[in-house]
Design a binder for this molecule. Sequence first.
Ligand code: ADP
Ligand code: MG
Length: 684
Amino acid sequence: MAELTTDIQYIKGVGEARAKAMGKLEIHTLRDLISFFPRAYEDRTVIKPIAMLVPDETVCVEAMAGTEPRLSHIRKGLDLVKVKVVDEGGALELTFFNQSFVKDMLKPGVSYVFYGKVTGSPRRLEMLNPIFEKEKAHNVTGRIIPIYRLTSGLSQNIMANAVRQGLDACGDMMPDYLPPVVRENYKLAQARYAYENIHFPAHYEALEISRRRLIFEELFIISAAMGVLRKNRTVKIGRGLKPADIGEFYKLLPFKLTGAQARSIEQAIGDMLKNTPMNRLVQGDVGSGKTAVAAACCWYAWKSGCQSAFMAPTEILAEQHYRTLSQLLEPIGLHVGLLTGAMTAKQKKNVQSQIYTGEIDVVIGTHALLSEGVEFFDLALVITDEQHRFGVNQRSALTAKGDSPHVLVMSATPIPRTLALIIYGDLDVSVIDELPPGRQKVATYTANENLRQRTYNFMRKLVGEGRQVYVVCPMVEESVTADDDLKSAQAYAEKLKKEIFPDLKVALVHGRMKSKEKESVMATFSAGETDILVATTVIEVGVDVPNAALMVVENADRFGLSQLHQLRGRVGRGQHQSYCILFEGAGGEISIERLKIMCRTNDGFKISEEDLKLRGPGDFFGSRQHGLPEMHIANLAADMDVLTNAQAAALEVLKKDPDLKSPDNHLLKDRISALFELKANTLN
Ligand code: ADP
Ligand code: MG
């Protein structure tokens, strides 16, 4: 019996040359070979009587060769074999190009199954180059045939044969990574059955059963691995906070929390009551109300007499949070402080000493919080907003200022839930998948050049009503064309200023301006003194100008859908009906069809799922950023239900056997160690 690590060149019928070709498809070992799942299947199960055939369908017919095959040489390099085949109700003319050997293979009076595309007219049906075999052979007809991804030097036949040999080489010794109890509880097929039927399905039901089992296996192994990592982390001793009545905090809020907000808060509190530090991601679309969750956690820590630190990526955001939290919490005697790089040395010193003495209960700041002079009296909770903007190191630098404090990270980047569960598998995730009531939808349209003038008229109309407008031009960062893009944005801004709207106030902001300059343009726009703001890059996070009611995006096809969603989030923040117009460019990254998704939904999660389907998880985060093993079969966008089950199953297994010591879990343990290259001391 062959080991799964066997080099494929030693598999019967493969050999050195084909092994090399397969290497290009990342198939090196027997395991790779049997895990090289078909990309599609061809249904050759349908056998039809000739009388029922219609032109253009691709089917099997069971028929007898009615004549001696005739071979004719048309010209050099072109041979034809023609033969008439019959069944009880009809006749069919077969033609084979350049397959003269067929003449001797087909015997009059013998029945075969032919598979091919029907051509000709209903009165005179034909089939060109059908595949055939003797009736009841069931090798290439009458069944479901796998279709593999290929590369030069390989054919479907070669691949199918190699896989066949590979499966036979494994015999009955196919390792099953799923512990028997999991297979039973979740009614999953055995490994042997699944590998056989994913390649050579006996029927469609067998294929489905096998697919489900293999997707489950893939997601189960990842979930179990993440569970192991998590176990390692929570060995750290933190400090459980004292129970308090969160209802007291709810009474302070000027609004009623959404169900999703309340759920997130309760999950975070549940974590903070424990002796192991919280490590939770709160993920919610722009405007879903993450700040209230952060405030609730700060309040809770304060109830236990501890300090909290809340870090934001920009000064604008830090100041905004400071205003919100001090209005909310100062009236009940909580002391809120602000620390940013823009403050004078004296101001900073003052705040730092209040942090040190514990006079400040909640400090909000930028990365200025990380500086050496900042020492806490008793830091129990660290919150970072828009976490993707901080490096892991920056976050841990803040955490290090406390003694294993609870950690909450908040992100508006709507990572699809499936992907979040997987990459943040070693974090707990709360999702705010609900917006506060009464939010207006941003009416979204796609437009082409024919609508250019109408768009200008619409911009003028809105400005006439006192509103403001953003115009965004894409800028491909770090590309050779960046200079050209910038020039064209500058030229475009000039054109709007001089030709189209000479009577309006038009300004330009781009990423290469000095921060002072940028701030001043933004401040002017914020103050309502600019009518139209042309921006080259993504407008800063936290830019909140409720009076802006229209977002025009040029060459919208050059952005990803999630990015467009973030841009659109800059409008629709006030009481005014807001609009987003997406100009179709020359057809870049996303098609016009995809752009229309933006018109249909305002839901960032739906949009990012579409983005994920479109671009795949690798591209979604930049290549390989998430460090996950490649998925062979699971589709993160589509297999959500299976993922939920696989995670539950992994938790059950780890709960009973945290170190995977039981013989039932041995194979799983080895597989996890191999896949994640976990160090020996992680799993022992
Ligand atoms: P984000 O998730 O983008 O950080 P914020 O916390 O800034 O969202 O909230 C956006 C706005 O919605 C704020 O003005 C906030 O006061 C308001 N808000 C938050 N939660 C609710 C709610 N449950 N009902 C009504 N308004 C809310
Ligand atoms: Mg926010």
